[in-house]
Every structure is written in structure tokens, then in C-alpha cells.
Design a protein around this ligand. Structure first.
Ligand code: NAD
Length: 363
């Protein structure tokens, strides 16, 4: 398969972890005889420093021409400490999502057995959890009209959804459910909110086109509780922008560490793949960052954008082997009862590559 991939390393630990995501792509291309070509572009603080713009036109042009984008993170302490700065790294990220029409954010909560003890939830409750969240990205209170009264004592944010916005993400979520456990739970607050009633009616209509998928509807307050009580009950979870924002952060704690979670933002064109973590200034340049979230972002890209499921599974099984053999980066080596071999970013990246190569020739 021939694909052209744009790599945007960004700021902080972004370049350190993205190096290993790209190295894994190169190894997969060799192992499976694919032809992947690459380009690189600036975004965030690095782009502001070089051009004055967090998303230079050149980056956007390259993004539109690529088949998928591997992104690291943006952010710099300078902006965190001075909210008054007008030109900011995160503007690059928001703009590229808008320009590429990325309306669905996918966040898999994939729990490796070896990391069961890294979560604050009991291992017996977590074991076997494998959830794929679909969070809508273009509607809701984030984009509805915002008002503030003249005396500034009253404020409102309009929660707004259009039917087409619900339809297009529902189709994506159902298509994913068909490839997984064929269960979809749509989360809303239809007992109170009109926009949620539209959401539920629309999902009920779309559900008829996917009779093989078991559809359930859950109110968001109950979903927040069920995620902790019994996360294994969920397969695909489909929800709106605000509820998804909150529920996916809650669910990220199921997997233990930020350094282990990847996400994808997709629309009808180029997909955008990134770790969920930020630029982590506290550990930048110290060879301490966990590269596994970037490597898992690559697995997501291969599966979602290119349909290369076998390749994605090989990456996940290589990571599983690394963890089973007791190798950890510092962020996931918090169980002091086990004799872990703690590795730096580079050593961890090299080990994953080694296991991918070994598995290619033994499978
Ligand atoms: P963060 O995710 O960068 O870091 C939070 C904590 O997790 C830190 O202690 C960090 O060391 C640790 N951590 C994060 N990723 C890790 C990894 N791969 N391996 C090991 N440890 C890891 O969040 P923050 O500290 O709130 O924000 C730092 C900067 O990142 C800010 O400028 C913020 O705006 C930006 N940010 C960017 C994105 C993005 O680009 N998508 C997302 C969140 C935050």
C-alpha cells in the first residue's frame, strides 16, 4: 500500500515521542512491504518562533495533501504562565482540526493486563476493558451562542446540535462497532435537554441501518457512574462534545497513565493521530517521556485511516510483550512490588521496534 504521511512533532516532548512513532511506521512499511513516504511540518510554539504563526500556511497545505497526520503535542511554559499572550500554540491545533473538518474524536481505552495495577480502580473490575469512545467535536456548548448580561451577573452558553452533525458521527461509530463487539451505547441527557432528545431520536433512526449492532442509550450521569462500576460492559460509546470531554478524561484513568493513550480525530478527509498527553515541559529533553502513546497513535492510524488491522495488532502485541517482560518507562513503573526494568524514551522505542521485527519473522 502507498501512503503519504505528514509528521508534525510540535513542542516539548512531542519531537522525542514522535521520533518513535515514525520509526514504527518505517518498520511496519518494511515488514509488510508498504510504501510510506513522509513530510514534516511545524505547529505550535516551534512554528511561532520560526514564522510568527502557530499554524503556517505551508503546514496546512502539506496536511491537506497527506493521507494521514502523526502529531506530537503543542505547548510551552511561556504561554501557560502568561494567559494574556495573544498568539498561542494551541491555536494551531484548533485551527488545523477545523480546516480539516475533523468532527469525530476517537479515544480507545485499551488496558494492557500488565498495567492493571497502575490504575486507581481495582484490577478485578478493569480486567478485559476495551472501550472505543466517539466524541463529537464540532457542536454543543463549545460553538453555541455565548451571552453575558450587561451587569455581568448572568451568563449562558447555547447547547446546539444539528441533525446532520449527529448523523455523520453516528455512522462512524456504528461502522466501528461492526468491526468490534457490535455493541454501541449512546450517551445523552434526553430526560432534560432538547438537544439530547434530537441526539437520541437521530441515533435511534441510524440504528435501524445497523441491525447487527446492539444499541443502548444511557443518561450521562449514569454513564459516569457505570464507567467506574463496570467498564467492561461498554464496547463503542457515542456521545456529544461536552459529555465526551468529561467522560473520556474519566475513562483515561482506567488505563493508568497519560503516556499510554492515543487518540484520533477524523472527518471525511485526512485523519489526525496523536497521544492524549501534552508537551510535558517538566520532562522535556530528559529521555523520560513514554513513547508508547505515540506508537499506539500509529497503530490507530494504520487501522482507522488505512484499514491495516493486522499491522495495528502487531504493534499492540509488541507493546504487550515489552510490558510482559517487565520493561517500563518511569510513568508506568509505579508498582514498587515488581522488579521492573525502567527504560528511557529511546531504549523503550528501540525495544518496541525489536519486538515488531521479531514478530514479523516468527508469525
Ligand atoms: P501534560 O500532558 O503535558 O503533562 C501532565 C503530566 O503528565 C506531567 O507531569 C508530564 O510529565 C506527564 N506526562 C505527560 N505525557 C507523558 C509521557 N508521554 N510520558 C511520561 N509522562 C508524561 O499536561 P500539562 O502539564 O497540563 O500541559 C503541559 C503543556 O502541554 C501545556 O502547555 C498545555 O497547554 C499543553 N497541552 C497540549 C496538548 C496537545 O498538544 N494536544 C494537550 C494537553 C496539554
Amino acid at each position: 500500500m502507498k501512503k503519504h504521511i505528514l509528521v508534525i512533532p510540535g513542542d516539548g516532548i512531542g519531537p522525542e515521542v514522535t521520533t518513535w512513532g515514525k520509526a514504527v511506521l518505517e518498520q511496519i512499511a518494511t515488514s509488510f512491504n508498504h510504501e510510506f513516504t513522509y513530510d514534516e511540518a511545524l505547529m505550535g510554539h516551534a512554528a511561532i518562533e520560526a514564522t510568527g504563526n502557530p499554524l503556517p500556511d505551508e503546514t496546512l497545505e502539506k496536511a491537506k495533501k497527506s493521507d494521514a497526520i502523526l502529531f506530537g503535542a503543542v505547548g510551552h511554559a511561556k504561554y501557560d504562565n502568561d494567559p494574556s499572550l495573544k498568539v498561542r500554540p494551541e491555536q494551531g491545533l484548533l485551527k488545523i482540526r477545523k480546516e480539516l473538518g475533523l468532527y469525530a474524536n476517537l479515544r480507545p481505552i485499551l488496558l494492557f493486563d500488565e498495567l492493571l495495577n497502575a490504575s486507581s480502580i481495582k484490577a478485578s473490575i478493569l480486567k478485559g476493558t476495551d472501550i472505543l469512545f466517539f466524541r463529537e467535536l464540532t457542536g454543543d456548548v463549545y460553538f453555541g451562542e455565548k451571552l453575558r448580561s450587561e451587569d455581568r451577573h448572568t451568563a449562558s452558553d447555547l447547547m446546539i446540535y444539528h441533525k446532520y452533525e449527529v448523523e455523520r458521527i453516528a455512522h462512524k461509530a456504528y461502522e466501528a462497532a461492526m468491526q468490534r463487539g457490535r455493541k454501541l451505547c449512546s450517551v445523552d441527557k434526553a430526560n432534560v435537554l432538547e438537544s439530547s432528545r434530537l441526539w437520541r431520536e437521530t441515533v435511534q433512526e441510524i440504528a435501524k441501518q445497523y441491525p447487527e449492532v446492539e444499541t443502548t442509550h444511557m443518561f450521562v450521569d449514569n454513564a459516569a457512574m457505570q464507567l467506574i462500576k463496570d467498564p467492561k460492559q461498554f464496547d463503542v460509546v457515542l456521545t456529544a462534545n461536552l459529555f465526551g470531554d468529561i467522560l473520556t478524561d474519566e475513562a483515561s484513568q482506567i488505563a493508568g497513565s497519560m503516556g499510554m493513550l492515543a487518540s484520533a480525530s477524523v472527518g471525511d478527509g485526512t485523519g489526525f493521530f496523536e497521544p492524549i498527553h501534552g508537551s510535558a515541559h517538566d520532562i522535556t529533553g530528559k529521555n523520560l517521556a513514554n513513547p508508547l502513546a505515540s506508537i499506539l497513535s500509529v497503530a490507530l492510524m494504520l487501522e482507522i485511516s488505512f484499514g491495516l488491522k493486522e499491522e495495528a495488532e502487531l504493534i499492540i502485541s509488541a507493546i504487550d510483550q515489552v510490558l510482559k517482560e517487565g520493561f517500563r518507562t518511569g510513568d508506568i513503573a509505579d508498582d514498587t512490588t515488581s522488579p521492573y526494568k525502567v527504560l528511557g524514551t529511546e531504549e523503550m522505542g528501540k525495544l518496541v521496534l525489536k519486538f515488531i521485527t521479531q514478530k514479523t519473522y516468527t508469525n
